[in-house]
Ligand binder design. Structure first.
Ligand SMILES: C[S@@+](CC[C@H](N)C(=O)[O-])C[C@H]1O[C@@H](n2cnc3c(N)ncnc32)[C@H](O)[C@@H]1O
Length: 252
């Protein structure tokens, strides 16, 4: 069993989760890697947009049109209701962009915390190939996921996997998210994909200039590091020295 992204309670819990570590150490790195501020970065694909938090931020901060796609109608319903934006188009998909996005039409693409939710490596590879198809030559792609090498570590708002456990390729691991105002964790079931899986999926799809990042708070300029802030979580934890996320950047 994997997390059910059609379950309204799961979708609402994820929507309420205050994604502060993700913003500071994940999405910001993705936005920088994709150079979203550059004027020629015109069309953005957000594959697996969930409740639209990231798509809406890209539209608001960078003024770029975003095609935000997801396989969960429940998530898209939250996104359309809570994060409508004139530059964001939310669309439902079933593992393919065929018929929705033409070849070589996107400038940049991202998949944030999507592949950890997919239990099938062939499906992940198909999605990476599909993203490759839709990007223009020279277009950039970023993948952001939780770090398979820091399972069991307590971060300020989540723990990914159990302490002391080692996970096999594709194995399920439990993720505990602290949701503001809730006494119980939101429990998700992710899949464990070693870094090599991402690298080979990108290489085999045809991507080049593949780069890999795993920032910690210590690696950021001091002025960019504020206390995490969500109610009930006022201090950073292992994020100072242990990278909670991995980011792959690649070029078509
Ligand atoms: C953890 S949420 C992340 C949402 C968003 N990217 C973010 O960072 O806030 C994972 C999302 O991936 C979507 N997803 C999972 N498998 C998918 C697939 N095969 N195709 C499209 N979306 C998928 C889920 O429906 C869910 O909305």
């Amino acid at each position: 069993m994997t997390t059910s992204w059609s379950d309204p309670a799961v979708c609402a819990g994820f929507d309420e989760y205050a994604d502060i570590p993700e913003q500071v150490l994940g999405y910001r790195t993705v936005f920088n890697a994709l150079e979203l501020a550059r004027p020629e970065r015109l069309r953005v694909l957000d594959y697996g947009c969930g409740p639209g938090k990231v798509s809406e931020r890209v539209a608001r901060r960078f003024g770029k049109p975003v095609l935000a796609v997801d396989s969960s109608a429940t998530m898209l319903d939250i996104a359309r209701r809570k994060r409508p934006h004139p530059l964001v188009e939310y669309r439902h998909i079933s593992d393919s962009l065929v018929g929705l996005v033409e070849d070589h039409s996107m400038d940049v693409a991202m998949t944030c915390y999507v592949f950890i939710n997919i239990g099938s490596e062939p499906l992940i590879r198909r999605i990476v190939q599909e993203v490759y198809r839709t990007l223009k030559p020279g277009g950039s792609y970023a993948i952001l996921d939780t770090n398979p090498d820091t399972t069991g570590v307590e971060f300020s708002t989540f723990r990914n996997g159990a302490p002391g456990r080692r996970y096999r390729h594709g194995e399920q691991r439990e993720v505990l998210l602290r949701v503001p105002g809730k006494n119980e964790h939101l429990v998700l079931l992710d899949h464990h994909w070693p870094k090599e899986m991402y690298l080979s999926a990108l290489r085999d799809a045809g991507f080049r200039s593949i780069d890999f990042l795993q920032p910690t708070l210590s690696s950021l300029p001091r002025e960019e590091v504020q206390p995490p802030g969500p109610p009930g979580v006022t201090e950073w934890r292992s994020e100072w020295t242990t990278p909670p996320f991995i980011i792959f950047k690649a070029t078509k």
